[in-house]
Design a protein around this ligand. Structure first.
Ligand SMILES: NC(=O)c1ccc[n+]([C@@H]2O[C@H](COP(=O)([O-])OP(=O)(O)OC[C@H]3O[C@@H](n4cnc5c(N)ncnc54)[C@H](OP(=O)(O)O)[C@@H]3O)[C@@H](O)[C@H]2O)c1
Length: 328
């Protein structure tokens, strides 16, 4: 459970692991054995009390998280023992639910971790973020930051499916190699070693049509310098700023939007919930056709939540970060 609000990078005592007995389920409820929990950058924001798109996690509440699990007891006719479900498990091993916000998933079609990645919230974010918010057109030039991560890797692959030139930005050479050699990106930039401004000039001689921003900060500034006329900047996230101890600083060069008649638009994936099924079907098809690859990085043990969560900020993981919480 969340026991204190972090200032900067969360410390180990931000959370406390507690044991409690599982209450009996009531009519309409079911008991889920949580198998995997999704670790997302947004969880850092949910610990703050600032105004946001969702209420903060209260102190002494179970840490909020999406997850997948198996129903092991049920008094709800729509959810049967043995069904697998996706929903707001929280970071815990068992969850009692009544059905609201829960979706059945089929582990014979895809692995359980995939339902937290490419077929889950990050995949939906990528799909609607690049196609609808970014208004992607065939042949656009596309830049994506956080490119080897859960959202970014899918954004770049969708843009390749749409015959775009795609450049990804990631934090080490292994990730850059993966983007180009395995995911088919045209180029990759290692922001920790390369000169991002000059690389963008080299790779986008006529400017960037769509910048999908997962990180904010200096990389956003570098992208704004290199926009093409009528460019679209999708503000999906700003992970470089989430643990700031000082207020977030916006880009000083935002007038590039004016000069280039460009737009910058924020998005929240939940706004597209009514169309998730359509997106999941299309993503599933692309996977079956070999056009889209997914990667999940799964760590084990609820007691390792803190160290595993921090991997989002150190970058020590590949693809979608997941914690297996169930006991074997
Ligand atoms: N708006 C929405 O509805 C929505 C929904 C889902 C996610 N998001 C946002 O999308 C972004 C990506 O989420 P995700 O789940 O796909 O996470 P992710 O990319 O799988 O993991 C985070 C990655 O961010 C990179 N990173 C960490 N600190 C950084 C820094 N200071 N500068 C640059 N890169 C840094 C790390 O990769 P490197 O090794 O490359 O540094 C790390 O692997 C986040 O900002 C998240 O908040 C938004």
């Amino acid at each position: 459970m969340l026991q204190k609000r972090p200032f900067g990078l969360p410390e180990k005592d931000t959370w406390k692991l507690v044991k409690s007995s599982i209450p009996e389920i009531q009519d309409g409820e079911f008991l889920i054995r949580c198998e995997y929990v999704s670790l997302d950058p947004a969880m850092r924001g949910w610990m703050n009390v600032n105004k946001s798109y969702i209420a903060p996690v209260e102190l002494n509440d179970v840490m909020r998280a999406g997850g997948v699990g198996k129903i092991i007891k049920s008094k709800n006719p729509n959810f049967k023992v043995g069904d697998f479900v996706y929903g707001p498990t929280g970071v815990q091993q068992y969850k009692i639910a009544n059905g609201d916000g829960w979706h059945k998933i089929d582990p014979s079609l895809a692995s359980l971790p995939m339902y937290l990645g490419v077929l889950g919230m990050p995949g939906m974010t990528a799909y609607f973020g690049i196609l609808e918010v970014g208004e992607l057109k065939e042949g656009d030039t596309v830049l994506v930051s956080g490119a080897a991560g859960a959202v970014g890797s899918v954004v770049g692959q969708i843009a390749k499916i749409k015959n775009c030139k795609v450049v990804g930005i990631a934090g080490d050479s292994k990730k850059c190699k993966y983007l180009v050699e395995e995911l088919g990106f045209d180029e990759a930039i290692n922001y920790k070693e390369d000169d991002v401004y000059n690389k963008l000039k080299e790779f986008f001689p006529n400017g960037i049509d769509v910048y999908f921003d997962n990180v904010g900060g200096e990389i956003l500034e570098a992208a704004l310098v290199n926009l093409a006329m009528h460019a679209r900047v999708v503000i999906c996230g700003a992970i470089s700023q989430y643990n700031n101890k000082t207020p977030i600083k916006g880009p000083s060069n935002y007038l590039s939007l004016l000069v280039n008649r460009a737009s910058m638009k924020g998005m929240v994936v939940f706004d597209f919930a009514k169309d998730y099924d359509k997106a999941a079907k299309q993503i599933g098809q692309w996977i079956m056709q070999g056009k889209l690859k997914s990667k999940e990085d799964v760590y084990e043990g609820i007691e390792n939540f803190h160290e595993t969560f921090l991997r989002l900020f150190t970058g020590e993981k590949m693809g979608k970060l997941i914690l297996k919480v169930s006991e074997d």
